[in-house]
Design a binder for this molecule. Structure first.
Ligand SMILES: [Zn+2]
Length: 81
């Protein structure tokens, strides 16, 4: 399992909700005005999109899966600087 795949394979961009590729599949009942899209570097296509609130939740889940809490993530960053 590599956590570096995200950095090398995708970039994230924020777009207005009206530009969602799959608005009908968007899991959002908060009326978020903007969404985050993950664009594959390989295909150049939007592979995944989610609203800002879900993105924040997902980020937390990813960090938890990696055994990193927001608190010690920032501590790790400090170590590198
Ligand atoms: Zn939302």
């Amino acid at each position: 399992m590599t956590l570096g795949g995200f950095k090398s394979g995708f970039h994230a961009q924020k777009v207005p909700r009206s530009e969602a590729k799959w608005e009908q599949f968007l899991i959002c009942n908060h009326d978020c005005p903007d969404i985050i899209q993950l664009v594959s570097h390989v295909s150049g296509e939007v592979e995944f999109e989610l609203c800002l609130i879900e993105a924040a939740r997902m980020g937390k889940v990813l960090l938890e899966a990696a055994g990193v809490t927001c608190e010690n993530a920032s501590r790790t960053e400090e170590k590198h600087t």
